[in-house]
Design a binder for this molecule. Structure first.
Ligand code: MEV
Length: 412
């Protein structure tokens, strides 16, 4: 029987990746040796160093019938194991089924100091073609495909008056698209000011990517989950996450454990992803679960996630960060849409794993078993001692003192 990924040592895992994904020796080398200081110094200001975060591979994912090894960058134990476990259960019923909208992003141009707001709006709409042409003159790869105008009442504490928001929609294809949209908004701003007779203030993309939705569904076998009673308890957990903001935030934090970890591994703007996801979770005025769970006729657990997800596989960090490039190659995705679908699957898997554990044995047992290795290291264990001490310490209270005692007796 071939070794499972988690049973392999690092060299074996890397060999497996080379075989399965066609990663070259150079690409494998950057997995342990990511950015140089010069790279970092070019990317941000006042650079003094580089921080690092573990990069692992979640296994067992099948998304739309395609096997995916999913790179996840995360400092928290249990997440990668949990995602892999959930994906393993999902694959018994065919894996994850996902779909994604086109890569449409919205850019906003804010117009204030208008005496006749409705008339200004009409004039902008009448010049739509011309404005789109200006926007499109700024990019070869990204296409502005739509323009709308919204009139906003003054709800501000400072009484700044009514205003217009001119919104460009652009197809950013395989890019996240922030730069292109911002450039387009800045390009049309003078013409918008001229047409409206108003003052343009902000010109910036919206991270609320509601025209770039991704959806993913999966069915989880009831027996693999631990039986009908566990399915019922998971549905209780979902009921709480749907109705109560205190639980919904934690529930969605579990979802984002999966999504952010893939985002970080592949060089995405995870702050944008977070902001958009949480706004969507509150779209009906109450912050709710990003996932939906129900029982199928056969008694299995079905789940679905839907969220706006703006990701890119060209440009931005993905173009300059060697580890992000290698992570994209490991995933084997061909488009931003495919990446969004895998990320949604990771979010759904992560959520299932968390609520399954919470609805049954609780999360601390598994978590502490994995954390035991950190505790063993903190107690002074080195090399082979780490696993031996971790295993023993996990049988009781996982504390540094216990780990030290175990290590002392091992060394004697
Ligand atoms: C921990 O990082 C995430 C969980 O709290 C998520 C949840 O409670 O659903 C376990």
């Amino acid at each position: 029987m071939p070794k499972k990924f988690h049973e392999m040592d690092r060299d074996e895992r890397l060999d497996h990746l080379k075989k399965e994904t066609g990663l070259s020796d150079e690409e494998v080398a950057v997995l342990g040796n990511p950015l140089t200081f010069d790279d970092a110094n070019r990317m941000v200001e006042n650079a003094v160093g580089i921080t690092s975060i573990p990069l692992g591979i979640a296994t067992n994912f099948v998304v739309n019938g395609i096997e995916r090894l999913v790179p996840m960058a995360i400092e928290e134990p249990s997440v990668i194991a949990a995602a892999s476990k959930a994906a393993k259960i999902a694959r018994l019923q065919g894996g994850f089924t996902a779909d994604a909208d086109e890569s449409y992003m919205i850019g906003q141009v804010q117009v204030v100091s208008l005496s006749k707001v409705a008339a200004a709006k009409r004039r902008v709409l009448a010049r739509k073609k011309e404005l789109l042409e200006i926007a499109n003159s700024k990019s070869r790869s990204v296409a502005a495909v739509g323009l709308q105008v919204r009139e906003l009442r003054d709800g501000s504490p400072n009484r700044m008056g009514r205003m217009l928001v001119v919104e460009l929609t652009a197809d950013t294809k395989d890019a996240m698209g922030a730069n292109a949209i911002n450039t387009m908004c800045e390009a049309i701003a003078p013409k918008v000011a001229e047409i409206t007779g108003g003052e343009v203030v902000l010109k910036i993309l919206s991270n609320y990517a509601t025209k770039r939705m991704v959806r993913c569904r999966a069915v989880f076998d009831k027996d693999e989950l631990g039986g009908s009673e566990i399915v019922k308890r998971i549905l209780y957990a979902y009921a709480l996450a749907y109705s109560d903001v205190y639980r919904a935030v934690t529930h969605n934090k579990g979802v984002m454990n999966g999504i952010d970890a893939v985002a970080l591994a592949t060089g995405q703007d995870f702050r944008a992803i977070e902001a958009s996801a949480h706004a969507y979770a509150a779209r009906d005025g109450t912050y709710r679960s990003l996932t939906r769970w129900w029982r199928t006729k056969a008694g299995h657990l079905a789940g679905e996630i839907e969220l706006p997800l703006a990701v890119g596989i060209v440009g931005g960090v993905t173009a300059v960060h060697p580890t992000a490039k290698a992570a994209l190659k490991i995933l084997g995705i061909k488009s931003a849409k495919e990446l969004a679908m895998v990320m949604a699957a990771a979010g759904l898997a992560q959520n299932l794993a968390a609520i399954r554990a919470l609805a049954s044995e609780g999360i601390q047992k598994g978590h502490m078993r994995l954390h035991a290795r950190n505790i063993a290291v903190m107690a002074g264990a080195r090399g082979e001692e780490i696993d031996i001490v971790a295993k023993k310490v996990a049988d009781g209270p996982v504390t540094i003192d216990r780990a030290k005692q175990i290590l002392d007796s091992l060394r004697k």
